[in-house]
Design a protein around this ligand. Sequence first.
Ligand code: ATP
Ligand code: MG
Length: 579
Amino acid sequence: MSETSIKEAPDTSRHFLKQWIADDVAAGKTGGLVVTRFPPEPNGYIHIGHAKAICIDFGMAREFGGQCNLRMDDTNPSKESDEYAASIKEDIRWLGFDWGDGFYNASDLFDLMYTIAENLINTGHAFVCDLSQEDWKEYRGVPTEPGRESPFRGRSVAENLDLFRRMRAGEFSDGARCLRAKIDMTSSNIHLRDPVIYRIMHVPHYHAGDKWCIYPMYDFAHSIEDAYEGVTHSMCTLEFEVHRPLYDWVIDRMDEMNMLIIRNGVKIRPQQREFARLNLSYTVMSKRRLLQLVEENLVDGWDDPRMPTICGLRRRGYTPEAIRNFCERIGVSKYESLTDVALLEYCLRDDLNLRALRRMAVLDPLKVVVDNYPEHTVLTAEAQNNPTDESAGSRVIPFEREIYIERDDFMEVPTKKFFRMAPGQEVRLRGACIFKCTGVIRNAAGEVVEVHGTYDPESRGGNAADGRKIKGTIHWVPISSAVKLEVRLYDRLFTVPEPMADPGRDFREFLNPESLKIVTAYGEPALADAAPGALFQFERVGYFCVDNRDSKKGAPVFNRTVTLRDSWAKKGDKVVART
Ligand code: ATP
Ligand code: MG
């Protein structure tokens, strides 16, 4: 993706989902109502991909003056938990969205789902099947050839009811039997080939307790949940497109059972549409892989600042505004693509530039002694807190005889275009004065450990009294009043744009060994009492935020949120959007 395409946000004013909803509303199909839902499974922390779905689901409801429900799609108890459910709520709120009283658990509908399943048996639309999972798959066949009917398909209603009730009563072991919808074994869509709608699972549920040992399958449950909540527009990712005929089949059966709700005099018939999921370069997004990184201690938990999870991004210093703006820019389409993570970082810088207070901090210190500077402080630098926002005010930094500068801002033998500190060359010390290096002190190994020089006492604020031009400006901190800072320099977690692209290689092979470097830095005095979560631009260095987990009062730990420029673009392995 080129820098220009990053700056030109696509016109998302009427993407296909918006058009779809607008047409339905105009045609009076939904009684003037727009109800959407975001249906996470509480089996992990949500990530930037979910943020895309959240922005679409909540965004469309907001746009049409409707309602977006939050629903825990908790039909698979083996991997779900309260911890995950609580984190999902927190993260959605933080992103700036609100479900009002529209909070649901799919598991609260288990009784309803069970009743519908019995109704399906009674009307000849479902049967209990004893095939093993292997045999069931074998009978189902492949899309290009018709499947074979299960030998149990012809069971009587009475026998099916009896067996299904005994499944519920816990008489059979996991996998011994299942309930299948009776649809069409010759359909070219294999999801319609008598799909399983209930399975036996002797596992207690984090929300429903130990009441059940049979659980509904996703396709069956999801359509019932949508219908129950009166969802008018059900949006999900493309992999569900092939499931849509089954979704519609369940809705049709509910219609026959008079189970669709009526609102404003109109029967609400939920409809599903699909959009492309977000894939982001240098990132993995499957919850299974993210869990693996956490469980194998390859990262420091779900909120590790290198994780694409919402809590990780928050800890890294991402703002909800930056994430929402990113989701707006990537737009909504039906085509799978890979989005350059540089776009996300661009949106972040764009937002932080406006809100982050400026501070000076030196990450790789080199001591500089101003030989002609008096013992007591005579100079102070007045620095603006944010040049893009006057209301942020300014602060005063004492200038001292001994200061730190960034080691790479000094060159003993400067290259042609090096205008920073070098012997005999004048440089501006940001906001304070003009300095000229006169010599260096070395250690036994010959390395420069101290730079000496003189300042121009007439150069108040860093500008020459006679108006002579100074080409370079560098930042500095006064040594005696500096605060020592732990700074965590985070970088991308993976070294390649698509860590999952090669099925023959394990994604962990591509973990970036340099994704975290910890340094001791020195900051100007004002940084001592920075509050957890506070965001700063360390001038000329990057954006940083105060870690919300490990910081202590008076001893803030700083996370690098993002560099000032895209340093990966220079490496030549830029991602061109893949479609
Ligand atoms: P897994 O990673 O285990 O496949 P999932 O990402 O599908 O799980 P869910 O909790 O089922 O997790 O997702 C909730 C909703 O978020 C679904 O509607 C899904 O379509 C959407 N979603 C998930 N991942 C993305 C993504 N990368 N981009 C856009 N939407 C996504
Ligand atoms: Mg899913």
